[in-house]
Design a protein around this ligand. Structure first.
Ligand code: IDP
Ligand code: MG
Length: 132
C-alpha cells in the first residue's frame, strides 16, 4: 500500500464539483485517510510548489492556488501515486484523455482542477506539509 496527496484546486471548488471528485476517488478504490479544506496564503502556496520556483508560471500558479479554498486529501491504495495521476490525466486538460478528471473539470493548463504527488519523495513532502 502506498500513500499520495491529492488536492481539489480552487477552480474545482468554485465549480462545485468537490462531491463528484470525491465520488470518483472512492469509486477508484482509494481509501481516504485524511481530508481537510484550507485556504492557503500565497507564501504557503510558494512553499508547497517550491520545486517550480524557477518556472515562468510560478507566480501565477501560486496566486491561483491561494485564490480560494482547496480540499486536501491523503489517499491510500495500491500504487496510489501512479493510480491517482492516471485518474487526474495530463497536466493540460486539452491533452488529457477522456474520462480523466482534468479532461472533465479542468479549464486550462494552470486551472486544472486537481493535484497529485508525482513520486514517493514528493508524496512524503506534500503529506508532511499538510498533515504533519
Ligand atoms: P502536474 O500537476 O501535472 O504534476 P506540474 O508540471 O508539476 O504538473 O505543474 C504543477 C502545476 O503548475 C500544474 O498542475 C498546473 O496547475 C501548473 N502548470 C504547469 N505547467 C504550466 C504552464 O505551462 N502554464 C501555467 N501553469 C502551469
Ligand atoms: Mg507535479
Amino acid at each position: 500500500m502506498e500513500k499520495t496527496l491529492a488536492i481539489i484546486k480552487p477552480d474545482a471548488v468554485k465549480k462545485r464539483v468537490i462531491g463528484k471528485i470525491i465520488q470518483r476517488i472512492e469509486d477508484e478504490g482509494f481509501e481516504i485517510l485524511k481530508m481537510k479544506m484550507v485556504h492557503l496564503s500565497q507564501d504557503e502556496a510558494k512553499r508547497f510548489y517550491y520545486v517550480h520556483k524557477d518556472k515562468p508560471f510560478y507566480n501565477s500558479l501560486t496566486e491561483f492556488m491561494s485564490s480560494g479554498r482547496i480540499v486536501v486529501l491523503l489517499l491510500e491504495g495500491e500504487e496510489a501515486i501512479k493510480h491517482w495521476r492516471e485518474v487526474m490525466g495530463a497536466t493540460d486538460p486539452a491533452q488529457a484523455k477522456p474520462g480523466t478528471l482534468r479532461r472533465e473539470f479542468g479549464f486550462s493548463i494552470e486551472r486544472n482542477a486537481v493535484h497529485g504527488s508525482d513520486s514517493p519523495q514528493t508524496a512524503e513532502f506534500e503529506i508532511q506539509f499538510f498533515f504533519k
